[in-house]
Structure formats: structure tokens, C-alpha cells
Design a protein around this ligand. Structure first.
Ligand code: PMP
Length: 372
């Protein structure tokens, strides 16, 4: 079975598993404990992982806070910023093509009296810069826009958005879950990004762990917000709870590997995407439409309409041979709000499936499409 649902989650690399195992077994210490070797070893492993993740993102290690993943980070930043800055303003800007962990959190905040602007997106799911500029108000406390879309792969103009938010003095959060390990960037070049979310399992690390990048100023002070989890004061008081050392070590190893092989993985993904596009076009030409853009996108994500074919039935039929999904695994029971936001009809949405590749796939693997 060929696994082509890597935007939903990716397989754990063997090197990642090997790095994690000692911290599930003999090195089980609590990194917040002191003096004895099991605690010191656990703490050192967490700090090494923090270093590896910060190298991948291009930020300072102390700007990395470990969480349980992007859902938690997105909730933490949105709710935490809303709570902390509510006397300054109650307006937040996001887009209609965001992940449910942003949209549902925004809907919750609306029930608490916040005003949310859900920006329209263009035909590939990108937010035009001018719309953000027009939506900014004196009481805007946060702009939250994803870096790359999980269904279409389109990249938002993050450099420009970051510059705009910096110029206007508004906090900017970006959900980078789908782009980490897939595009080259360094947060050093994005001084307007205050917060970023990502999850380890999207780049061959373990599930249930991720980070929040929280920008620090030249004095080392992080952008303040109210913590989501109160308790033992781990992670500099920003995120309480005993650290999941094995998962964090796994994320660190996955980040190290992603960083070491970034360029080769990107070119592999690009060439696999080209091959899959060719195979699909050859096999189904005239009967398919690509919903995704061909440029300025995450490599390895294709979003394809099979005219007149129900996507649920197609995914089910393909399942013994090829694992794909109709779109986001996080909202698979409903028609895609992302595809609806780019103007597709319900019929077109119901004809669409997403293929998402990984650098572990070979060109030979894709030849299975010839046998369909
Ligand atoms: N944001 C985006 C863009 C995603 O693709 C996902 C995962 N589908 C998430 C957030 C949530 O990540 P997690 O399930 O790891 O918390």
C-alpha cells in the first residue's frame, strides 16, 4: 500500500524511534528534577531538542516552548493573546482557509465578546496583503494566518504580512504546521512573526508533540500572553506540565534530520510532485482538474478533482492500494471549508481528493498509478 496522506501525518523515521527509545526506558527521569543523573540526562536531552528545533526554525533556543502540538499551540496563542490584551483591543484577524484549531478557537472567542474578521481568500486559498491592511483597526490585537495551506499547499505572503504587522505594531501568529521541513526559511528574516505553531508528526517525528515559537526581544523578554495551562511552571511558566521527554527528543531528532536534508528533501518532493502530476494527467486527462496552484506552494501536495466521481467512494476504493484523503483529516466528516472558501461548489468539493507526498517515496512507488 502506497501512503500518500503525509499532510495528515508522516511515518516516524527509524533514527527518530532509536533516539526516543532510551527516554521511554532507562532514561525516564523528570527533567524538572535536580541533581541525580536521570533528571540531568532528561533535562539535557530536552535542551538538545530545543536547540535542534530552533536551528530548523532559525530562532533562539529560548524562543521554543514545547507543547502537545499545533492544536494546543494555536489555542494557547489565540486564547492567551485575547485574554492578555483584551483591555487594549478585542479585534482579531484570520482567514476563512485556516485549520479548525484556529477557526473553532476564534468562534469560541466570539462568544467571549471578541470581534473576528475572517478574511476571504483567493482561488488558491491565499490571503491578499491588501485585505489584511484594510482589515486592520486601532483595536486589532492579533493577526493569525497560516504559512501554508494543509489542503491546497498554497503559501501565504508571510514575508509581506510579517513586515506589515511589524510596521503597524500588531502581533502576528502563523500556523506553520504544514511547511516545517518542506520549505526553507529562517525566522531571523521575519522579525514581524511573534508566534508560530508546528507539530512534530508532520515531519517524521512523533505525534502529540510540537512547539510554539514565542519571539523574545533584545533583552530576552518573550512577547507576553496568558498561559493556557497553569501549574508547575515548566517551560519558563509559559506551558506547565511534565515534559514528554521521549516525544520531545523525537521531535528534536526529526528536526535535526529535516534540517540536515532540507534541500535534498525539497527537490525530491518537487520531482515526485512533477511525476505524480504527469501520471495523473496521462491517466485521467480531461477528467481531472487540479485545484492547487503550481507555484509558490508546499512541494508534494496535490488537490485534484475527479469529475463526476464521489471522493468518499474513490478514497475507499483506492484504500487497499493507495492511502489518500478527501482533504483535512481533522474535518473529514464535513465538506471542506477550505475548498468552499476558494469558491468550489459542493459538487466539486465532493469530487476532490488530496495527495500528499513524502521524501521517503520513490519514483517507482508512484508507478502504481499506471496499474489503476
Ligand atoms: N494546523 C494545520 C495547518 C494542520 O494541518 C494541522 C494538522 N492537520 C494542525 C494545525 C493541528 O495539528 P495537530 O493535530 O498535530 O495538533
Amino acid at each position: 500500500m502506497l501512503y500518500l496522506d503525509n499532510s495528515a501525518t508522516t511515518p516516524l523515521l527509524p533514527e527518530v524511534r532509536d533516539a526516543m527509545l532510551p527516554y521511554l526506558l532507562e532514561e525516564f527521569g523528570n527533567p524538572s528534577s535536580k541533581y541525580y543523573s536521570k533528571a540531568i540526562n532528561a533535562n539535557q536531552a530536552v535542551e538538545q531538542a530545543r536547540q535542534n528545533v530552533s536551528s530548523l526554525l532559525g530562532c533562539k533556543p529560548e524562543e521554543i516552548t514545547f507543547t502537545s502540538g499545533s492544536t494546543e499551540t494555536n489555542n494557547m496563542i489565540l486564547k492567551g493573546v485575547a485574554d492578555y490584551y483584551q483591555t487594549k483591543g478585542k479585534h482579531i484577524i484570520t482567514s476563512k482557509a485556516e485549520h479548525p484549531s484556529i477557526l473553532d478557537t476564534c468562534e469560541y472567542l466570539e462568544t467571549k465578546g471578541f470581534q473576528i474578521t475572517y478574511l476571504d481568500v483567493d482561488k488558491y486559498g491565499r490571503v491578499p496583503l491588501g485585505m489584511i491592511e484594510n482589515a486592520l483597526k486601532a483595536d486589532t490585537i492579533l493577526v493569525s494566518l497560516m504559512w501554508g495551506n494543509n489542503e491546497l499547499g498554497s503559501l501565504n505572503p508571510i514575508k509581506e504580512i510579517s513586515a506589515l504587522c511589524k510596521e503597524k505594531g500588531v502581533l502576528f501568529h502563523t500556523d506553520a504546521t504544514q511547511v516545517v521541513g518542506k520549505i526553507e526559511f529562517s525566522l531571523e528574516d521575519f522579525p514581524g512573526i511573534s508566534f508560530l505553531s508546528c507539530s512534530a508528526h508532520k515531519f517524521h517525528g512523533p505525534k502529540g508533540t510540537g512547539v510554539s515559537f514565542i519571539q523574545r526581544d533584545e533583552y530576552g523578554v518573550p512577547v507576553p500572553f496568558t498561559p493556557l495551562l497553569h501549574g508547575g511552571g515548566q517551560e519558563a511558566g509559559i506551558r506547565s506540565g511534565t515534559l514528554a521527554v521521549h516525544n520531545i527528543v523525537g521531535m528534536g531528532k526529526a528536526a535535526e534530520l529535516a534540517n540536515d536534508h532540507l534541500n535534498e528533501n525539497i527537490s525530491k518532493l518537487n520531482s515526485l510532485e512533477g511525476q505524480l502530476t504527469f501520471l495523473l494527467t496521462e491517466k485521467f486527462s480531461g477528467n481531472i482538474i487540479f485545484n492547487n496552484d503550481t507555484i509558490n506552494k508546499i512541494p508534494g501536495i496535490l488537490n485534484v478533482q475527479f469529475k463526476g466521481v464521489n471522493n468518499e467512494i474513490l478514497v475507499k476504493k483506492l484504500a487497499p492500494v493507495i492511502a489518500v484523503s478527501t482533504g483535512s483529516a481533522c474535518s473529514s466528516s464535513k465538506p471542506s471549508h477550505v475548498l468552499s472558501s476558494i469558491g468550489l461548489t459542493l459538487e466539486e468539493i465532493r469530487n476532490t481528493i488530496r495527495f500528499s507526498l513524502s521524501h521517503l517515496i520513490t519514483e517507482e512507488d508512484l508507478l502504481v498509478f499506471k496499474t489503476l
